[in-house]
Design a protein around this ligand. Structure first.
Ligand code: NAP
Length: 455
């Protein structure tokens, strides 16, 4: 019998041990989910919305408990864990209030007496989810899935099993019927068996691109639709007319939020020649001043990474970048003592071909790149295998918008860090994945877009 033990990355203390379920046990749980679907799909939007509001209220009432749990399991600083739960509440209320409109029938004028497009649920959806926003990532998938009449089963990241079980409990406490949302405490090698289960109709994965490739290949073999939300190396172009203080402030927050482990974090800072040295000096000062510490201390700016193996991988990427000619401006040394800590680090003068330019650095490490002009900055930003978020800092909004439209990414923000918002679609292009979550675009990923023709 295999099990997983969770560990607090700030203290190295063991938290809890969970026995993994087998593929056979997963199959039984999926059969219960399928049974739940047969009645859940026939509920009205009003009935689903009522439960979704209860879910929002329950999460809100238990915000502190769940925030503390997320912080214990993956090291997020406590203020950001609270914000994560608040965002979950927002998503629940957004879809509770808007699903009926988002999925309203669309009448199409044809030669028919009546013709329209309707959106129907499809069944049991499997979600494979990461640890970096252990509540939000799951809610982002589950809430629209359930509001559209589907049901969900979750394979969560191993290191956040407490959050996975808490989420299952939240749905039950809110009054959702058993089987509408189920945690499968399964190891990743058994995900194949779940995808192949005849009762699973589609798969959504948020995580790294190797995991995405593996899951999508199995789903493809089984002709099951996938949505993939993968990694990124988001470029932020800092133009010479930018408000330097604001750009530095946002760059620091953007790189250190969630202890550097956000898919849409600012990762590659592409700075025009004219302000390169000034930006680097101010950025170094601000990154150095950011307090690394215990995630439950209210004045901590950033805490540990989620796991020591991830921290060690990041450090190896930093070292590789330096051997390739990258300049270490700040940090770059594993601190002594307990926890998966890694200091705020800046690598400068990076070029295509270097590790810190080409690959995602999923931790508190910034890649700074010099561009001689606007055109070169755009070309460098687009010279990436990824295309998740992107940004431009400038005081000329027209110029910012013009550049934003040329960036190859799922979103481009001007003078603001990319954030997800339930009203806007979220997702990527290139190796950042395909499909969208959130908004009307997200909720339509896992429905049958059905044409009806009455002659
Ligand atoms: P990960 O290692 O890919 O794990 C993600 C999930 O996939 C976990 O549940 C993991 O389970 C499972 N998994 C891993 N390999 C698998 C395989 N071969 N088959 C089936 N399941 C597999 O990623 P992570 O370290 O948790 O998250 C970091 C990555 O996620 C970063 O690249 C980040 O940019 C990306 N991300 C993207 C978004 C987005 O919206 N685009 C959002 C957040 C994070 P185990 O934990 O049991 O291994």
């Amino acid at each position: 019998m295999s099990s997983i033990t969770t560990t607090n990355p700030a203290t190295d203390k063991k938290l809890a041990t969970y026995v993994r379920i087998t593929s056979g046990e997963a199959q039984s749980k999926i059969a219960i989910a399928k049974q739940a679907y047969t009645s859940w799909k026939n509920k009205t939007y009003e009935e689903r919305s009522k439960l979704m509001h209860k879910l929002a209220d329950y999460l809100e009432e238990h915000k502190e408990e769940y925030a503390q749990l997320a912080t214990r399991e993956m090291g997020k600083i406590i203020g950001q864990s609270r914000k994560e739960i608040e965002k979950c509440v927002w998503i629940c209320r957004y879809y509770a209030d808007h699903t009926k409109n988002l999925l309203a029938d669309e009448v199409v004028a044809t030669e028919a007496k009546k013709s329209y497009v309707t959106f129907q649920p499809i069944g049991v959806i499997l979600a494979v989810m990461p640890w970096n926003f252990p509540f939000y990532q799951v809610i982002r998938f589950a809430v629209p899935a359930l509001m559209s009449g589907n049901v969900g089963v979750l394979k969560h990241a191993s290191n956040v099993q407490g959050c996975a079980f808490a989420l299952e409990e939240v749905f039950l406490k809110a009054g959702f019927p058993e089987g509408c949302f189920t945690n499968l405490n399964l190891s990743s090698e058994h995900v194949k068996d779940v995808i192949e289960d005849k009762n699973i109709v589609a798969v959504t994965l948020t995580g790294s691109d190797p995991a995405g490739r593996s899951v999508a290949a199995i789903a493809g073999q089984n002709l099951k639709k996938t949505v993939l939300e993968l990694g990124g190396s988001d470029a932020y172009i800092i133009l010479d007319d930018a408000d330097l203080e604001k750009a530095v402030e946002l760059s620091t927050f953007g790189r250190l939020q969630n202890n550097g482990q956000t898919c849409v974090a600012a990762k590659r800072f592409i700075v025009l020649e004219g302000i390169y040295d000034d930006f680097l000096a101010a950025f170094k000062k601000k990154m150095k001043a950011a307090k690394m510490g215990i995630p439950t201390d209210e004045d901590t700016y950033y805490g540990p990474m989620a796991r020591k193996d991830l921290r060690d991988e990041l450090h190896a990427q930093v070292q590789k970048t330096i051997t390739q000619g990258g300049r270490l401006v700040l940090g770059g040394e594993i601190p002594k003592g307990k926890g998966a800590y890694y200091p705020a680090t800046i690598l400068a003068d990076l070029k295509p071909g270097m590790e810190g330019f080409d690959n995602e650095l999923f931790g508190p490490v910034a890649s700074v790149i010099k561009a001689k002009d606007e055109q070169e900055a755009i070309a460098l930003a687009n010279n990436s295998q990824f295309g998740l978020g992107s940004g431009v800092f400038t005081s000329n909004l027209e110029r910012g918008e013009r550049i934003a439209l040329q960036l190859e990414a799922g979103s481009s923000f001007v003078n603001k860090l990319v954030v997800s918002d339930p009203r806007l679609p979220f997702g990527g292009v290139k190796n950042s994945g395909y499909g969208r979550e959130l908004s009307g675009y997200g909720i339509r990923e896992f429905v049958n877009t059905k044409s009806v023709w009455i002659a």
